[in-house]
Design a protein around this ligand. Structure first.
Ligand SMILES: *Cc1c(COP(=O)(O)O)cnc(C)c1O
Length: 234
């Protein structure tokens, strides 16, 4: 087994163990392999080891590397997890299967166009800014609660939440943030329909076990599978 296949298997084992230990239900965590700055051969090694979902942060990079062709040759879902700019909405919708980093403007756009065509991305998550950092993407928990109370119609487009925690946050802080997002997720699922709001994307290489303990059912793992990101690789 190659190093990437080996590490993918380890991540899967650790995720399954954390899920069973937490015994919270909510579904076995899915693993999104975060492949920014990783070469196509590296990505293929992960896929051949069983990876079924790929996360990319930049449209141009994903196009240049040829990751979208993987959908024809292998059974993979390609998710957009990067910043959104309105001039790229259409290209992102055309190319990706899911957009996990949805913000208010993007989701309002989706709602305004009346959903999307069947050959476009159809799964959208709302990004939660857990650190309350003004310059970071996503809405804070308080903002999302206020929008839900006001029955913002575009919230109906979401299939779940994606939470990003500040890099410098301690394990204790991450624990608290993930738990707060989990409570919000359950409230939103109840309000918007538990069969529709199903995905809680939390946790990266650094902390996916903590996130799973707090109800994450989708983790986004890059370096723990591929090793450090080296700009010249991609
Ligand atoms: C890069 C990235 C990840 C993966 O981080 P690792 O530390 O490499 O696991 C996860 N989520 C988002 C939104 C990212 O941009």
């Amino acid at each position: 087994m190659g190093a990437i296949a080996d590490r993918f298997a380890q991540v899967r084992e650790r995720a399954e163990f954390a899920y069973r230990s937490a015994s919270r239900g909510g579904g076995e965590p899915r693993i999104v392999c975060v492949t920014k700055m990783q070469s196509l051969p590296n990505i293929l090694e992960a896929i051949n080891a069983g990876a079924a979902e790929i996360g990319e942060n930049y449209l141009q990079e994903a196009v240049r590397k040829g990751v979208f062709a993987l959908r024809q040759s292998h059974r993979v879902t390609i998710r957009y997890i990067g910043r959104l700019q309105s001039n790229k909405y259409n290209a992102i919708l055309r190319n990706f299967d899911a957009v996990d980093s949805g913000d208010q403007k993007f989701l309002e756009h989706i709602h305004a166009v009346g959903g999307v065509r069947t050959d476009q991305a159809r799964t959208f998550l709302l990004e939660v800014n857990t650190g309350e950092e003004v310059q970071k993407g996503g809405l804070t928990i308080a903002q999302i609660r206020e929008l839900a109370t006001g029955h913002s119609p575009w919230l109906q487009e979401i299939a779940g939440l994606m939470a990003v925690v500040p890099l410098q946050a301690s394990t204790e802080m991450r624990s608290r943030m993930y738990e707060n997002v989990h409570v919000l997720f359950e409230d939103l699922a109840e309000e918007l329909g538990p069969s529709r709001v199903t995905t809680l994307s939390m946790g990266t290489s650094d902390d996916f076990e903590v996130a799973i303990e707090h109800g994450s059912n989708m983790i986004r793992v890059g370096t723990a599978i591929f090793g450090p990101r080296l700009p010249q690789q991609a």
